[in-house]
Design a protein around this ligand. Structure first.
Ligand code: SF4
Length: 354
């Protein structure tokens, strides 16, 4: 852990009990949605989380925010409120000194802590209450957390954040149905940032938008990060979008990390066959560059019956006998480049830099 670490996630585990009703009995099995995941996020950094649907990306984001309770591991917050001028004396007495063991917080203490971390949802259409004005939607976290009670203070803060998110003042009086998808997502971002959090989880926040609007939202998030120093956990299934946004990227497969590195390292020198396959599927804008996507056989396994040994062995084009028997160790194969594959050193998946 370095001095500028903001969020530390250690051996995070999320399991859900699943009840199957059989003819004469009921059976409960355990779904391992997230299994032994560790990473950190530095102040002002974006960490990308990428993987296929059902790999556990959203569950990790929600467990870190305590929107769901982790069943194991630790989430530790090392921040301090970064904008004390806005919330004079409203820091919450228990959080003046860090670290905060977020996974242990409950009740009122958890409620007081919530403004430090926030979430931008995937769907800008269903995540806004159609009966509330934009002003009230953006103000909601301030009022709910008790950070601000005076209407004038709240209005001033809402106007400031709305302007940063490129919303006009007249937008604040309208209802969500009057806006396009990109504008709605800017409202969602303003709501997430109004309490001046240190850390925001963006859960597939651009996936439902057109490509041109995606670029606009990614640029807005980067500008806001530069202005406020907020850190993002950016969850997406599209590696090219994650690359534009992230300083480091983690690749997830059936609830486990398979690779984690600085964005440039991961893109130009991937070490894991799954990352290599994902990268090969990104369309090239230059027609002179080779585009030969690797087709992985079969479906992503069900986490209820994850394969033994390396979870990727049922689809890996390079699998050997050992892969089904022994789980690969999570290890650092180059500075700040972690991978879980027995044979990572034997592969050369490097790609030309343009
Ligand atoms: Fe493929 Fe084996 Fe490496 Fe898993 S450990 S990624 S199956 S080569």
């Amino acid at each position: 852990m370095s001095d500028d670490t903001l969020i530390e996630v250690k051996n995070l585990e999320v399991r859900f009990p699943i009840t199957n009703k059989k003819l004469f009995r009921t059976e409960t099995v355990e779904l391992r949605a997230v299994d032994d995941v560790s990473f950190d996020v530095k102040r002002g950094e974006t960490v990308g989380l990428v993987g296929e649907s059902g790999s556990g990306k959203t569950t990790i984001g929600r467990a870190v925010l305590r929107a769901i309770d982790p069943t194991g591991g630790q989430v530790i917050y090392h921040g301090t409120r970064n904008d004390q001028a806005i919330f004079k004396g409203k820091k919450g007495p228990d959080f003046d000194s860090s670290p905060v063991q977020v996974h242990t917080l409950t009740g009122e203490t958890l409620r007081q802590f919530r403004p430090r971390m926030s979430l931008v949802f995937q769907d800008p259409y269903s995540s806004l209450n159609p009966r509330m004005t934009v002003r009230d939607i953006i103000a909601e976290p301030l009022v709910a957390s008790g950070l601000m009670n005076s209407r004038d203070e709240v209005d001033a803060r809402v106007r400031d954040v709305a302007a940063r998110c490129k919303l006009n003042l007249e937008h604040l009086r309208r209802f969500p149905h009057a806006f396009s998808g990109g504008q709605r997502q800017r409202i969602c971002i303003a709501r997430a940032l109004v309490s001046s959090p240190d850390f925001v989880v963006c859960d597939e926040s651009v996936s439902a938008l057109d490509v041109s609007i995606q670029a606009e939202i990614v640029n807005l998030l980067k500008d806001l990060q530069e202005e406020t120093g907020v850190a993002f956990l950016f969850i997406a299934h599209d590696l090219s979008v994650v690359a534009q946004m992230s300083h480091r990227v983690a690749v997830l497969y059936v609830g486990k990390f398979v690779e984690y590195a600085k964005t440039e390292d991961l893109f130009f020198n991937p070490r894991h066959p799954y990352t290599h396959a994902l990268l090969s599927a990104i369309p090239q804008s230059d027609p002179d560059l080779e585009f030969d996507p690797i087709r992985l056989e079969g479906e992503i396994p069900n986490p209820l019956s994850a394969p033994t040994g390396c979870r990727f062995h049922t689809r890996c084009p390079f699998a050997k006998e050992e892969c089904a028997k022994r789980e690969p160790e999570w290890r650092e194969v180059a500075p700040e480049h972690f991978v879980a594959c027995h044979f990572a050193e034997e592969f050369d998946f490097s790609r030309p830099k343009r």
